[in-house]
Design a protein around this ligand. Structure first.
Ligand code: ADP
Ligand code: MG
Length: 258
């Protein structure tokens, strides 16, 4: 069995159900062609796991969707609107597209509660009380209520990452991007973060997850996208990908990690 039935599975890409659409996206770093003709559609409520060898362009793909990286050619649209280049619209886009990084990236000099209220107040224009109420509810949802007044450095890595998830969720994002969210964690903390992500998937959040956690991919993903050398090489269900990878590159990759 793969995934959770949160998508309208019979909806074709390009229809109203499409939330994130990349068309023929290309990106270079100097001579390195890091994203090559990427076409990808992510539908509302879908959980897409992106896997592939180190250096294949997974992080750059996430960063392009959030416009942390500009692309050289092609189109990226969120909810039918092209990515804005700058200004207030860009800040709003970053709120719509929540991102969780490998390295937590919390504001070190703000408390946990402040980390989760700041964007709500600045970008979403909520008043302080409303923002704090929402923040406390989210901290409860990710299981760190007792840490609200501490600073990030006083928390474990797993707790920090769950706060980072709460901070992104506080902005009421349309889609959440996770770039290897458990890779920097001690083994005993990986599951507490994956469980929060599993719950989010069950709640219907649209998610793009770069991860090497194959258990998560098998149980939460509607689709697996396999990247190699800047290209999407396979795009299929987790069951199909893990039991019957078609490309040699995917077979080789799986033989190394499974
Ligand atoms: P992945 O996340 O799959 O490991 P990345 O998207 O981080 O891959 O990187 C893809 C390739 O682009 C790698 O060869 C990496 O060294 C290179 N790269 C990433 N970011 C930059 C950058 N800012 N400048 C130059 N090269 C970069
Ligand atoms: Mg990466």
């Amino acid at each position: 069995m793969s995934g959770v039935a949160v998508t309208k599975g019979n909806t074709a890409p390009g229809t109203d159900d499409a939330l994130v659409v990349l068309k023929n996206v290309n990106k270079h770093f100097g001579a390195l062609h890091v994203l090559q003709d990427i076409d990808l559609t992510i539908r509302r409520g879908e959980v897409v796991v992106v896997i592939g060898p180190s250096g294949s362009g997974k992080s750059t793909l996430c960063r392009a969707i959030n416009r942390l990286e500009a692309i050289d050619s092609g189109e990226i649209a969120i909810d039918g609107r092209p990515l804005p280049a700058e200004g207030r619209e860009l800040a709003a886009l970053r709120a719509d597209v929540g991102m969780v990084f490998q390295s937590f990236n919390l504001f070190a000099h703000k408390t946990v509660l402040q980390n989760v209220t700041l964007g709500q107040i600045k970008v979403r224009k909520k008043d302080k009380k409303e923002a704090e109420d929402r923040a406390r509810a989210l901290l409860e949802r990710v299981g760190v209520t007792t840490q609200a007044d501490k600073y990030p450095a006083q928390l474990s890595g797993g707790q920090q990452q769950r706060v980072a998830i709460a901070r992104a969720l506080a902005m009421e994002p349309k889609v959440m991007l996770f770039d290897e969210p458990t890779s920097a964690l001690d083994p005993e903390m990986i599951n507490e973060v994956l469980e929060v992500m599993q719950q989010l998937a069950r709640d219907g959040m649209t998610m793009v997850v770069v991860t090497h956690e194959m258990g998560f991919a098998r149980s939460a993903a509607n689709r697996v996208v396999f990247m190699s050398d800047g290209r999407i090489v396979e795009e299929t269900t987790p069951d199909e990908f893990f039991t019957n990878p078609r490309s040699d590159r995917a077979k080789d990759f799986l033989s190394k990690i499974l």
